[in-house]
Design a protein around this ligand. Structure first.
Ligand code: BJW
Length: 236
């Protein structure tokens, strides 16, 4: 059996569900009754920016009111302790646009959270390409703090846009001994395909999700249940 040194972890909305943030799909999901193309595409933003700003303003406010849960804390502990314990690395890639992993991790030497789909608490200026921490409303065209242009938009990767830091993520997947997917439906690419990249390179693959995801058959192993229970057990 291969010794596990390098781990890549992918998280999705299910990790933050027990903190009180809605998931996207399924009953009670954020997009139940809301067409995704009305809010989560560049075309929707061009068509009706105020609708899109209002949708993200509401969700930005929600993020400020919730706290990391036991799953976020367990993963942060793993990130802090694994390098010294196993002489390897942990890359935590999240599709989540909340900052709960970051808050659980705090300041930790050499450890970070990769937000491949962007962040609610960040605004992106389409004029100067600058990014600014942002907790207020984006309605009424506030000026960019760097260049002054009224060109800020949510720093969220919409459908049809390229997720962030893909080269680094694929390089880590190719070097991984273990790939763990937590709380994601496996409905959105390229993240849904990470398991196959890691498996093709010989990594052991594990799914932790409330229920079998769309890609569950691609994993070597699956454990089903709420993330606040399955993740701390796996980390220990
Ligand atoms: C629990 C739980 C608990 C609940 N405990 N678990 C056809 C084939 C392949 C690709 C495409 C295609 N047609 C179009 C595409 C591309 C498209 C895509 O994937 N579309 C699909 C719908 C098919 N993708 C893109 O456009 C992406 N860009 C791209 O592909 O660029 C080109 C490229 C090419 C090659 C390499 C690289 C790039 C961009 C995707 C951007 C996604 N953005 C969003 C943000 C929307 C805005 C917003 O935040 O409002 O990201 S969409 C949304 O879905 C959000 C999420 O990060 C993402 C994933 O959702 P997630 O996290 O999986 O949540 P859910 O709700 O789906 O699932 C939650 C799970 O948790 C469930 O399974 C529950 O059971 C579980 N759960 N409680 C544990 N307590």
């Amino acid at each position: 059996m291969t010794t596990i040194r390098n781990i890549v972890i992918l998280t999705g909305a299910g990790v933050s569900a027990e903190s009180g943030i809605d998931t996207f799909r399924g009953a009670g999901g954020l997009w139940e009754g809301q067409a995704v193309e009305d809010v989560a595409t560049p075309e929707a933003f061009a068509r009706d920016p105020d609708l899109v700003f209002r949708f993200y303003d509401t969700r930005r406010e929600q993020v400020l009111q919730v706290e990391p849960n036991a799953a976020h804390h367990a993963l942060a502990r793993l990130q802090r302790e694994w390098p010294a314990k196993a002489g390897g690395s942990v890359m935590l890639v999240t599709q989540n646009v909340d900052d709960l992993h970051d808050r659980a991790l705090g300041a930790a030497d050499g450890a970070e959270v990769i937000h491949m789909h962007g962040e609610h608490l960040s605004a992106w200026c389409t004029a100067c390409d600058g990014r600014t921490r942002w907790t207020a409303s984006l309605i009424d065209s506030p000026p960019c703090p760097s260049c002054g242009a009224p060109a800020l938009r949510p720093d969220i990767v919409w459908f049809g846009e390229m997720p962030y830091r893909m080269d680094e993520i694929f390089a880590a997947l190719e070097d991984a001994d273990m790939f763990v997917s937590i709380g994601t439906s496996g409905a959105v690419y390229p993240a849904a395909g990470f398991v196959r990249t890691a498996a093709d390179m010989g990594a052991h693959t594990l799914e932790l999700n409330l229920e079998p995801s769309q890609g569950t058959d691609w994993f070597d192993e699956a454990r089903h249940g709420p993330a606040t229970q399955t993740v701390p057990v796996w980390v220990e």
